[in-house]
Ligand binder design. Structure first.
Ligand code: UT7
Length: 332
């Protein structure tokens, strides 16, 4: 390509979820809950739980390999790897570097970006911008989470909601205008960080026997507040991106929402006046997989034929931070 690329397209997608299924009934062994409560409040029936020796980078590497296969590109074509996760194998090196090594990518810039459940849309915009400036050829972006490693299995208000898994996409520059990643609308409000967070394990509260006794290394959430914020910011981000691009909601063929709670998605559907049958849903099977949620759903939607050439797809997410984002994609 002689001049700067005119667009960036999704060349391939892949995903991976562990085989081990944990049903709502299985959770009644740990906490006082029921399938009826979990399903009616969230839409979740079961989730996947990684094995003890399976890490976020292991899952991410499998999803990445599948994305690469579907793109038709080779390992040596990738020169940028960005991962999004709140459950890295370890604080450093980055999960992107670990995935690079597992795939045998020898010559790439690798980094992690953390924006919790909005992470995949954040890394998508960062990677697209880096490709658009013409310095990189192909990007591998991966959202991967082993949330089971930070759940408090004695806290029924959180442990029933989340699951493990990974999703990935390969992005490539293109000379065709107005296709691929058309636009992004990302946002954040750090003042609301305390509604969903993990207090321990960083420089504020490093690991100690005291921090373990105080259960500081688990995800904490004020669910009802997160629910309200999620609906507000997702609606706003979606409306803004549609308006900015002159897109009417009935031009959207598919909506890929962050898979946190079916009631949140139903509210978004009614506020945006987009029928529920245009939303791709898989939270019944996987629960909330944070940064992996959008790319797993995106991969499944492509493989199920829900996204065809020329289709406009909206992706919309929110997460801890508070962070949020929307992305508009036209399939080439
Ligand atoms: O990616 C972002 C991640 N976070 C989210 O998306 C979370 C957003 N929030 C939510 O999805 C919902 O707020 C929840 C599913 C977390 C909770 O649903 P809710 O309808 O907001 O319930 P609630 O928190 O108002 O709790 C209602 C009752 C409470 O009992 P009392 O006080 O009414 O007696 C809870 O103690 O349900 C109780 N409860 C449970 N009961 C059975 C909370 N968790 C459970 C449980 N099983 N697992």
């Amino acid at each position: 390509m002689s001049s700067l690329p005119r667009s960036v397209v999704i060349k391939g997608t892949g995903s991976y979820t562990p085989d081990n299924i944990q049903t709502n009934n299985d959770l009644t062994k740990y906490v006082e809950t029921s399938d009826e409560w979990i399903f009616t409040r969230t839409g979740i029936r079961e989730r996947r739980i990684a094995s003890a020796d399976e890490t976020a980078s292991d899952m991410g590497a499998i999803a990445a390999r599948r994305a690469l296969e579907s793109s038709g590109l080779k390992i040596e074509d990738i020169d940028l790897v960005i991962a999004a996760t709140i459950t890295p194998d370890m604080p450093f090196p980055s999960t992107a570097c670990l995935i690079q090594t597992k795939l045998g990518i020898s010559n790439a810039v690798c980094m992690d970006i953390e924006a919790a459940c909005s992470g995949f849309l954040y890394i998508m915009e960062v990677a697209a911008s880096m490709l658009k400036c013409g310095r990189y050829r192909h990007a591998l972006i991966v959202g991967t989470e082993k949330l089971s490693s930070i759940l408090d299995w004695e806290d029924r208000t959180t442990c029933v909601l989340f699951g493990d898994g990974a999703g990935a996409a390969v992005l490539a520059p293109s000379d065709t205008p107005d296709v691929g990643l058309i636009d992004f609308k990302l946002g954040a409000d750090g003042s609301k960080g305390d509604v969903l967070y993990m207090p321990g394990g960083g420089s504020a509260i490093p690991a100690s026997s005291q921090s373990l006794d105080d259960r500081m290394h688990f995800l904490k959430m004020r669910g009802r507040e997160v629910f309200k914020l999620a609906v507000t910011v997702m609606e706003q981000a979606a409306k803004e991106i549609l308006e900015q691009n002159g897109v009417n909601s009935d031009q959207l063929s598919c909506v890929i929402p962050h898979q946190a709670n079916l009631r949140i998605i139903e509210l978004i559907s009614s506020r945006l006046e987009i029928p529920m049958d245009r939303f791709y849903l898989n939270l019944e099977k996987y629960g909330n997989t944070s940064a992996a949620s959008i790319p797993i759903a995106l991969d499944e939607a492509y493989r199920a034929g829900r996204i065809q050439s020329g289709d406009l797809t909206l992706m919309v997410a929110f997460g801890a931070g508070l962070t949020w984002g929307a992305a508009l994609v036209r399939s080439p």
